[in-house]
Ligand binder design. Structure first.
Ligand code: ATP
Ligand code: MG
Length: 438
């Protein structure tokens, strides 16, 4: 159908005849002639329509799909539009065909400075993504996904896909969606925790999964969804949780470095300036409490940080260490699940951490308790019985190496990296307590 894409055109094509196809961004009739901005997934190009074509097509509606052929012309320097990917050339149309006319009026405003609210835009997400900003966000998200896979592959992790229909998770049952399952009740997985530990123990040693995670929390925040994409990994033969943090640090260094290279134009258009992290600072929760207390915020000893506390610590770390990231260490036992390992010297804390990126938690990880007797005791302390999770218990019975891992959120990473202000901007079709469509 096409010979070129809009964004591929440059002065090198000047004088060539090309066939382009895409959506009509705008059509501006100026007397007897007109200018059509044509968009495809690569960018926008301006198309000049002469008198005859203008007469024939002046009623073409915005967002209609058209196919056209025309001559590529270099534009005079003073007319070059910097905001267009192909601002340096213009097409002089020879033929134009409307492949599919769009209805009017459009249900949302499809423009870069749209005034349509987020909720309405999400109702018509397929139209919303036609904006350059939408295309850019999801191009970058796709690249984050691909680079994540590339990173774990490079680091010799094995990709696993684990069940999302489960009997029950190992975390608190309150967060699970229950669904009927042939006369029984199944839960939608709220973490691949059991399985990633299982397949470290299987001898695969290092596993990762990029998969859907469900959380039945009635949260109405800019960082919670009921369905999101988790990036989980788990690794065997570690000495401590610091080995896990080292992999995470390497991951973000790789991810941001490659994104800067591969999504240069998208990031520039979004006005996003990324910084490759150096060594990520580590701060114990104990010290964080002291810092926050000085700033007038009190976090009790057996509590962890709330959203405001994370934000304040993010600001402190930026100022003090010039870092966007911080690992928060030593989370209280009262706030962590039973399978987090505790250090010998202090049973009130766990060998666990959170990663806070620009003031928002994007990951929780830990060294796991791999010694069955201690694990069973920890379970009891939490008022649970490991015998009720026989498949999980078995993992620790037949040769279980010391291991640890982490759960990251792809949607949160994207939201924080691109500073979008709401996690719903970072996912095509968000699910939250209010939204189940489209
Ligand atoms: P929070 O305290 O912010 O509610 P959490 O501690 O309950 O998060 P974890 O169980 O630690 O979340 O999940 C690991 C990671 O998965 C989080 O750090 C985050 O990046 C992501 N995540 C967790 N819950 C959600 C959610 N409801 N929506 C989007 N991402 C989430
Ligand atoms: Mg967490």
């Amino acid at each position: 159908m096409r010979t070129h894409h809009c964004g591929e055109l440059s002065v090198h094509e000047a004088g060539k005849e090309v066939t382009l196809a895409g959506w009509v961004d705008t059509l501006r009739v100026s007397g007897k002639i007109s200018f059509l901005l044509l968009r495809d997934r690569t960018g926008i190009v301006q198309v000049f329509l002469d008198k005859a074509l203008t007469e024939q097509f002046q009623n073409v509606k915005p967002q209609s799909v058209v196919l056209l052929t025309g001559m590529v012309n270099k534009r005079p320097a003073n007319q070059v539009k910097a905001d267009m990917k192909t601002g340096e050339v213009e097409i002089s149309a020879k033929t134009l065909e409307v492949l599919n006319m769009a209805e009017t009026p459009l249900p949302i405003e499809v423009s870069e400075d749209t005034t349509t609210g987020l909720d309405k835009r999400l109702d018509y997400r397929f139209l919303d993504v036609r904006r350059q900003k939408g295309t850019d966000i999801f191009t970058i998200r796709s690249k984050i996904y691909a680079l994540t896979t590339a990173f774990f592959d490079k680091e010799k992790f094995i990709a696993i896909q684990t069940p999302k229909l489960t009997a029950s998770g190992v975390e608190s049952g309150a967060e699970e969606f229950k669904i009927p399952y042939f006369g029984k009740t199944a839960s939608l997985a709220q973490s691949p925790q059991i399985y990633k530990q299982m397949f470290v123990v299987s001898g695969l040693e290092r596993v990762y999964e990029i998969g859907t995670i469900f959380r039945a929390e009635k949260s109405h925040t800019t960082r919670h969804l009921t369905e999101f994409t988790g990036v989980d990994f788990e690794m065997g033969f570690i000495e401590s949780e610091h080995d896990v943090m080292a992999v995470i640090e390497k991951y973000f260094q790789f991810l941001i470095k490659e994104l800067e290279k591969e999504c240069k134009e998208e990031l520039a258009r979004l006005g996003v300036h990324l910084r490759v992290p150096k060594t990520i600072p580590k701060l114990s929760l104990h010290d964080a409490r002291k810092i926050l207390k000085e700033k007038g915020k009190v976090i009790p000893e057996d509590d962890d940080l709330d959203a405001e506390g994370e934000k304040m610590i993010g600001a402190y770390i930026l100022e003090k260490f010039d870092s966007d990231f911080v690992f928060m260490l030593d989370y209280p036992w009262t706030k962590r699940p039973f399978y987090h390992m505790r250090p010998d010297k202090d049973k009130k804390v766990t060998k666990s951490f959170d990663l806070v990126f620009r003031g928002v938690e994007i990951a929780t990880g830990a060294q796991r308790e791999h010694r069955l007797d201690i694990l069973e005791a920890q379970c009891k302390e939490k008022g649970l019985d490991l015998k009720n999770l026989p498949f999980y218990r078995d993992i620790f019975r037949y040769g279980c190496p010391p291991h640890g891992g982490v759960g990251l959120g792809l949607d949160r990473i994207t939201n924080q990296l691109l500073d979008l202000g709401n996690i719903r901007e970072a996912i095509l079709l968000p699910r939250d307590p209010e939204r189940l469509t489209p």
